[in-house]
Design a binder for this molecule. Structure first.
Ligand SMILES: [Zn+2]
Length: 558
């Protein structure tokens, strides 16, 4: 007989009181790891982690909010230390009153400096992974903390903590202030809370969906992928959701709050036959709740990903050579993100690490190309109401009809260029200082119907799906893998070919694009830069590149 969820959780919590870190078998449940570091006397509040085999966790609702667990056990009543710790956790975002925020900012600037800000974050996440048809991981976590930064003379000092006590925060402010070697100044800070320019609607908050439903979702996707063919040898599926609440207070007297809700599903399959391996990869997600999976049936996506991988097994090797290439709007974000996006981030441009450095006002692409970064788009993975420096989200035109108009700025880089932030200051968490990042970056649609673009090519190559790539941002040289490609013969897509790559130079290719489709397709990713990952999306229409090197089978030149 299974114990009820509540009695299970109650016994679990009581175990925590007596043994902070323990493996234990209890009533048929194996809890491999469960600990509360804050309770164990550490300052860390990364707290509620639970792992178990499928048999255990499938049958228990584990993602009940920490508040429910604690309110429903004697844990809270019995132990004031635990109670204080928990109260702090819940109250983090409201824990630091405006007066204290103001004091911290003044203290941060007490030895000089141009600007200071405080970033407070509370994020709860659920992560589930299935591999070899077994639920490998179910992890729920809450992490909260605070970061303080000072900008002075084009540099910044940053310190963070997850101790929210006033003394600790003042000490933190003192630490960053010491980095500044200027005369004392007397800052007056009068806060005003600002409203975002956009708002987003979440239909089904992920924490309101039981974890067994999330597990069922990825189990069904796993079955759907495996059901396609015995040639599907490996399937890995990930579900992740995160609710991130942030509050940012600046020495300009601005307070901004944002709640970002992200839901993500990732399918990864490997198909094999003889000595040929083909992988399929499909992530879906955004600034969206669990309705993501109502709008995008996950099992169908898993099956399609598997079907494509199996189909590519029997494809012949791609012929190499120069040829016209049509890149589908479904191809993914590799090109826009890697070949253009990173080079338009102000920090890289200022350091001369971008092929687009010092080119504002100059033509950098064909007149058909307009590039936009836009975090205001509803439900997209790179969207937010405020960036991580309290700047309201806004659309930024980076390239307009081929002319370079703007870089993506955060506060620090905008001060250096004597301009204002474009709202691209982002950070992975309170543990990181903000840097210029992409959000939802896109090439705007043009006026050629996508089918006309394919019809226009007599002999060439069609990139349906792009894989990963490598770019040298200084020179613009790139190599991109093609994960799904077809030959184009007399204006029609023909047989699939595998193992193709696109090799070229970003700016040269951008200048040569001569047809831009009326369509647009989004793809998602997590962009890594300076050891920080942030959620992004990229989008592009179908485009034609009249002449580019397709790497492939050299024995079989096209
Ligand atoms: Zn990136």
């Amino acid at each position: 007989m299974m114990p009820t969820t509540w009695s299970f959780l109650r016994s679990l919590s009581l175990q925590v009181v007596s043994r902070e870190q323990e493996s234990s078998t209890k009533a048929g449940f194996l809890i491999r790891s469960l600990w509360i570091p804050a309770y164990a006397g550490m300052t860390a509040k990364q707290t509620f982690i639970m792992q178990g085999s499928v048999a255990t966790l499938q049958q228990v609702i584990v993602n009940i909010k920490l508040s429910d667990i604690i309110n429903n056990t004697q844990f809270k009543m019995q132990d004031t230390k635990a109670k204080n710790w928990y109260n702090n956790l819940e109250a983090d975002l409201n824990l630091v009153p405006y007066e204290i925020l103001s004091t911290i900012l003044k203290k941060s600037l007490s030895k000089g400096g141009d600007y200071a800000d405080v970033f407070i974050e509370n994020t709860s996440t659920t992560f589930i992974q299935i591999e070899d048809s077994k639920v490998e991981k179910v992890v729920s976590g809450i992490d909260s903390g605070i970061g303080i930064r000072v900008i002075f003379g084009g540099k910044s000092a940053y310190a963070y903590s997850n101790d929210f006590s006033e003394n600790s925060l003042l000490e933190l402010a003192n630490t960053v202030s010491k980095a500044v070697k200027q005369e004392d100044n007397n800052t007056v800070i009068d806060f005003r809370k600002i409203k975002p320019a956009v708002d987003f609607n979440i239909k089904l908050r992920p924490e309101q969906v039981a974890v067994d439903k999330k597990i069922l979702l990825i189990e069904n996707a796993n079955k759907a992928a495996r059901g396609v063919s015995p040639k599907i040898k490996q399937v890995s599926i990930i579900y992740r959701d995160a609710v991130q609440n942030v509050c940012i207070a600046t020495s300009d007297g601005v307070i901004a709050e944002d709640e970002r809700i992200h839901t993500l599903g990732v399918i990864h399959v490997v198909a094999a036959e003889d000595d040929v391996l083909q992988t399929g990869y499909e992530p879906i997600g955004g600034f969206i709740g669990f309705e993501l999976f109502e709008e995008n049936p996950f099992d169908e996506i898993a099956a399609n990903t598997a079907k494509k991988a199996v189909m590519m097994l029997s494809a012949r090797k791609a012929p190499g050579g120069r040829m016209p290439v049509v890149i589908s709007s479904q191809a993914g974000g590799t090109m826009i993100h890697e070949a253009i996006g990173h080079g338009l981030e102000a920090d890289l441009a200022q350091q001369g690490l971008s092929v687009f450095s010092n080119k504002i006002g100059e033509p950098v692409a064909s007149a058909l190309i307009t590039v936009i970064d836009d975090p205001t788009l509803p439900n997209k993975r790179g969207s937010f109401r405020f960036d991580d420096e309290a700047v309201p989200s806004q659309q930024t035109v980076l390239v307009e009809k081929g002319i370079l108009k703007s870089y993506m700025y955060d506060r620090l880089t905008s001060m250096k260029d004597k301009t204002i932030s474009t709202g691209n200051g982002r950070r992975e968490s309170y543990k990181h200082r903000p840097i210029p990042r992409m959000t939802n970056t896109l090439i705007a649609s043009g006026d050629s119907p996508p089918e006309d673009i394919i019809i226009s090519v007599d002999k060439g190559f069609f990139v349906k799906k792009m894989g990963g790539g490598q770019v040298n941002t200084v020179t613009g040289e790139f190599v991109f893998e093609v994960s799904e490609g077809y030959m184009i013969e007399k204006g029609k897509t023909g047989e699939p070919v595998r193992g193709a790559t696109l090799i070229g130079n970003g700016p040269e290719i951008l200048k040569s694009i001569d047809m831009v489709g009326t369509d647009i397709g989004f793809s998602i990713g997590t962009c890594g830069k300076d050891m920080q990952g942030v959620p992004v999306s990229d989008a592009m229409p179908t485009v034609r590149i009249p002449d580019i090197v397709v790497g492939g089978d050299v024995q079989n030149r096209y």
